[in-house]
Design a protein around this ligand. Structure first.
Ligand SMILES: [Zn+2]
Length: 276
């Protein structure tokens, strides 16, 4: 028994598994999501849901979802890129769906008594399956956010909105900002996710052009000319694929209108700086 393995009653009067809440993983690859065919003797036996289970005391939902998936299936969680968490809060109990992508339709087998099967199901065919009722209820909200979101940062604009001496050393200040953005664990306020782990793209220009990515996982794009033109081009590239949410961080009014026309959402530098 683990610390969270217990039935509890939520604020809405239901009985749920998981003293500290529960979490599950919804991996996406190439137009498919990975579903678990639940074994007969589980709650909702015979239906299709996602791999997951009870969170341990103080266990982050991302860790719990990956741990449970690794216990119940052969999915190699090292191949999983987490891109967001969506919470279903019942008051005193919550279920966190951890949305993620894997690079391809990896072969996945069931690996515990709770799983009868594991299958990559085409997104369009999910609703045709006999779904585990809580997953069926959540699916309409999850379906539009299966793709990893992209965060595009107007570095010159964000840098200019804090007085840290950037005017003396633009490249140094841009590299500092890059490292701080790379160090953020999860971003809050990137709707509709409760916590988002977007691909982070920093657009740099002028004297900050050559900073590169350093040893971080952020992507740094150097504008060959005008920074705004590069940001618009970067957004257009991200939103070309349907279903990829894109958020641009800038306070530049003209640029805001241009990126909104490309399908991006916009937020101001303060939102990002508050999370560093
Ligand atoms: Zn409930």
């Amino acid at each position: 028994m683990r610390s969270g393995d217990r039935l509890v009653r939520c604020g809405q009067g239901h009985t749920h598994w998981g003293r500290y809440g529960a979490a599950g993983l919804l991996p996406y690859a190439d137009g498919h999501v990975l579903l678990q065919h639940r074994a007969k003797l589980t709650i909702g036996g015979g239906t299709w849901g996602i791999f997951g289970g009870a969170r341990d005391r103080d266990e982050p939902s991302v860790d719990a979802a990956l741990r449970e998936t690794a216990e119940e299936s052969t999915l190699d969680t090292a191949e999983v890129t987490v891109h967001g968490v969506m919470r279903e809060d019942h008051g005193g109990w919550s279920y966190d769906t951890v949305l993620a992508t894997v690079p391809s339709l990896l072969v996945v087998e069931p690996a515990s008594w709770e799983s009868k099967d594991a299958a990559w199901v085409p997104v369009d065919a999910v609703a045709d399956h006999d779904l585990f009722p809580p997953f069926a209820a959540a699916w309409p909200r999850l379906r539009p956010v299966l793709r990893r979101p992209v965060l595009v940062v107007d570095v010159a604009n964000v840098m200019g909105s804090r007085a840290d001496g950037w005017w003396r050393d633009r490249a140094g200040a841009a590299a500092r900002l890059r490292d701080e953005i790379a160090a953020i664990d999860g971003l809050t306020g990137m709707a509709p996710f409760d916590v988002a782990y977007p691909e982070r793209v920093l657009v740099v220009e002028g004297r900050a052009r050559d900073i590169g990515a350093g040893d971080t996982s952020v992507r740094v794009v150097a504008a060959p000319g005008d920074g705004d033109d590069q940001i618009v081009a970067t957004v257009a590239e991200a939103t070309r694929e349907p279903g990829v949410p894109c958020l641009v961080v800038t306070a530049d009014r003209a640029l805001k209108a241009r990126v909104r026309a490309e399908g991006a959402e916009v937020t101001g530098p303060r939102w990002l700086l508050n999370q560093l």
